[in-house]
Design a binder for this molecule. Structure first.
Ligand code: BGC
Ligand code: CA
Length: 241
């Protein structure tokens, strides 16, 4: 008898094989997720501290920044990163604080600058997330904010954002751009030893007109704009002697 492998039978077989494979693929995705550098366990090479001091927010890197700890913003947020890790924009960030403000200096490495997308988060930009009272409450509260600054200095953010509290200056550099900013504190009475919830992000348009990568400091997911739960923790440190 001649074996006839009809198209219909082939499709049925294909469906059975696909059904068998599906659960395994899902399980694998879950495993990968749980292995991801999550939240509380995310480790950093340096102790995350902001040093006491008052830099002039003018885009010039003055001496006040010299002793500040450098934060590495280079973790790809997996779901939002389609370009190679070694090609995406990353940043070194320093933080300072004084009686009224938090300060950040982002030095971004980005080989190709673009703001051609009409959506702010798709343009080459940095994001500074603050949970002043370090409550990590999940949804944004009055002491929480998302600030975004494009490499050209355009400010944007989320619903919670009080842009009147932000001062930001940007400048292009040989290998990218820098953003120097201050955020006026409105809940926290800053003192040495206090802890603040912080996340740092770099959005990269690799030249396609839309975002090809998101680099983070603490959490490797693109969720900081929705929830403060996975922000990192930064300690305010005494003025250096
Ligand atoms: C996220 C975007 C989001 C935007 C909303 C950014 O931090 O990366 O995916 O659409 O915030 O403001
Ligand atoms: Ca870019």
């Amino acid at each position: 008898m001649k074996f006839q492998f009809s198209q219909q039978r082939f499709l049925r077989l294909l469906a059975i094989v696909a059904m068998g494979l599906a659960p395994a693929t899902l399980v694998q995705a879950e495993d990968e997720k749980s292995e991801g550098a999550s939240t509380a366990e995310a480790k950093h090479d340096v102790e995350p501290v902001a040093i006491y001091g008052t830099p002039k927010v003018d885009g010039e890197i003055d001496e006040a920044w010299e002793h500040a700890v450098e934060f590495d913003v280079s973790k790809p947020a997996t779901s939002e990163t389609t370009i190679a890790k070694d090609k995406m924009a990353t940043a070194k960030v320093k933080l300072m604080w004084d009686a009224e403000h938090l300060y950040a200096l982002f030095q971004v490495k980005d080989p190709k600058l673009s703001d051609s997308s009409f959506e702010d988060h798709q343009q080459d930009s940095i994001e500074f997330f603050v949970d002043e009272l370090n409550e990590k409450a999940g949804s944004y509260q009055d002491d929480d904010a998302q600030y975004r600054v494009s490499y050209k200095g355009k400010v944007s953010g989320g619903e919670s954002t009080k842009t009147e509290n932000l001062t930001a200056v940007t400048k292009t550099t040989d290998d990218g751009y820098l953003v120097e900013l201050s955020v006026k504190l409105h809940h926290l009475k800053p003192e040495a030893g206090k802890k603040v919830g912080i996340e740092l992000q770099v959005n990269d348009d690799p030249g396609t007109g839309s975002r090809g990568a998101v680099a983070k400091w603490h959490h490797d997911e693109n969720d900081s704009y929705l929830s403060t739960s996975d922000f990192g923790t930064v300690t305010l440190k005494e003025k250096a002697e």
